[in-house]
Design a protein around this ligand. Structure first.
Ligand SMILES: NC(=O)C1=CN([C@@H]2O[C@H](COP(=O)(O)OP(=O)(O)OC[C@H]3O[C@@H](n4cnc5c(N)ncnc54)[C@H](OP(=O)(O)O)[C@@H]3O)[C@@H](O)[C@H]2O)C=CC1
Ligand SMILES: Nc1c(N[C@@H]2O[C@H](COP(=O)(O)O)[C@@H](O)[C@H]2O)[nH]c(=O)[nH]c1=O
Length: 361
């Protein structure tokens, strides 16, 4: 593949933009970073996308430039994804760049989201010098699971579990409240707030009677300000008790064990980011289906010795069959201490095929 015609300063700015992109949170939207360069190569502004519903990287970088007193007219914008050309939760970035008087755009990967693509064409049509392909592989790697979700026409799936040191999510008698401490649980609520929907299986409803609301009292995070998940979903053929705490506005019972069917139904209802909170059998079903895009595993300094394993029935019989996940530092350190517990953030191996064993009947 030929190297795109860019300057050394632009190449360096792209590496900076990729690092900025990695500060965003995973979910409905891809991770994107941007740097605004003046004619002399000085950095005028920079920014990244902080998650669905917040400004895209390019407007964030332009706003940063202006807030520093730098006029972006005539500048070059270096961005990790082709500028979008559609009005989603925010306006088209192509128009923001044109209106700002940007002279040149250097981007990494093409936008594979059909609805948003076409930004480069629009920019060129407006007379802006536009070059794509710089560090495209790195940008694609950063968003490989987001792309997989898009291709599958399904929500991006975040899996969360809270386990003991020996990988148990409940004691032998089914009790699990609480394995992790308040700091870890508060972090789980913050992640709930990022998702459009939170899902558990019928077994968890019967055992825990969860509420599944995002209780983020006092959090300053702009994501949390979105107000939390619209839907609280129960998966499984069994009944949900009439007095279950999860009932109320936003409650949905999907009376199936078919993960793909459930994802299709949720996508049809506008869910682009789903958080799965277990329990273990439902978590395993999502893992087997190969649709888990990121995992938050909260590990408490507690040894239970017995009880439900976090992810049973995966079909792994020998070490070589197990998938080795990657530490994920998007949105914060991959390994983080929260009170007495540790949070590990992971993503599946590249082009994880997923397990294809059938869903138990
Ligand atoms: N520490 C933690 O993070 C968590 C711990 N827990 C603990 O886990 C325990 C509950 O475990 P479990 O019963 O496994 O909970 P699940 O929430 O996984 O529920 C399992 C039930 O979900 C239904 N179901 C729906 N889809 C599938 C599928 N594809 N494959 C299999 N079953 C499916 C089945 O019931 P149906 O007949 O209705 O179809 C199944 O019996 C409790 O002790 C709870 O406290 C739970 C969540 C988190
Ligand atoms: N036990 C356990 C968790 N359990 C998860 O939280 C759910 C309860 O949610 P809510 O009713 O909204 O407070 C429960 O059903 C299960 O999905 N989470 C954790 O962070 N740490 C824990 O130790």
């Amino acid at each position: 593949m030929s190297t795109p015609p860019v300057t050394a300063v632009e190449s360096e700015a792209m590496l900076r933009a990729l690092r900025l992109a990695g500060q965003g949170v995973r979910g409905a939207n891809p991770l994107v970073g941007a740097v605004v360069l003046g004619a002399d190569g000085a950095v005028l502004g920079e920014g990244y996308h902080r998650g669905a519903g917040t400004p895209h990287a390019e407007p964030a970088a332009l706003a940063d430039a202006r807030s520093r007193g730098n006029d972006p007219r005539g500048a070059t914008v270096v961005v990790t994804l082709e500028p979008c050309n559609h009005t989603g939760r925010t306006g088209p970035c192509s128009e923001a760049l044109i209106e700002a008087g940007i002279a040149r755009v250097v981007y990494a990967a093409d936008d594979v989201n059909g609805a948003a693509a076409g930004g480069a064409h629009r920019l060129r049509g407006a007379g802006i010098d536009c070059v794509g392909g710089l560090e495209a592989a790195r940008s694609r790697d950063l968003n490989d699971r987001w792309t997989a979700a898009l291709a599958g026409i399904r929500p991006f799936v975040t899996l969360k579990s809270a386990q003991s040191l020996d990988g148990r999510v409940a004691a032998r008698d089914g009790s699990s409240q609480w394995i992790t401490g308040p700091e870890a649980r508060a972090d789980g609520h913050r992640i709930r707030a990022l998702a459009d929907a939170v899902l558990v299986g019928t077994g968890t409803v019967l055992a825990d009677n969860p509420r599944l609301t995002a209780r983020t009292d006092g959090a300053q995070d702009s994501q949390v300000a979105r107000g939390g998940p619209r839907l609280r979903v129960v998966l499984g053929q069994g009944t949900v008790p009439d007095d279950a705490a999860i009932r109320g506005p936003g409650f949905l019972h999907l009376a199936t064990r078919d993960v793909h069917l459930a994802l299709g139904e949720l996508y049809g209802r506008g869910v682009r980011h789903l958080m799965v909170e277990g329990g273990p059998r439902v978590a395993s079903a999502f893992l087997r289906a190969g649709v888990v895009d990121e995992l938050f595993s909260y590990v408490a300094p507690l040894i239970l010795g017995d009880g439900a394993a976090a992810f049973p029935e995966l079909g792994v019989t020998t070490l070589g069959e197990a998938e080795r996940w990657r530490l994920d530092s998007a949105g914060g350190p991959a390994v983080q201490q929260l009170g007495a517990d540790v949070r590990v953030h992971l993503r599946p191996p590249p082009s994880s095929p997923g397990r294809t064993s059938p869903t138990p009947a």
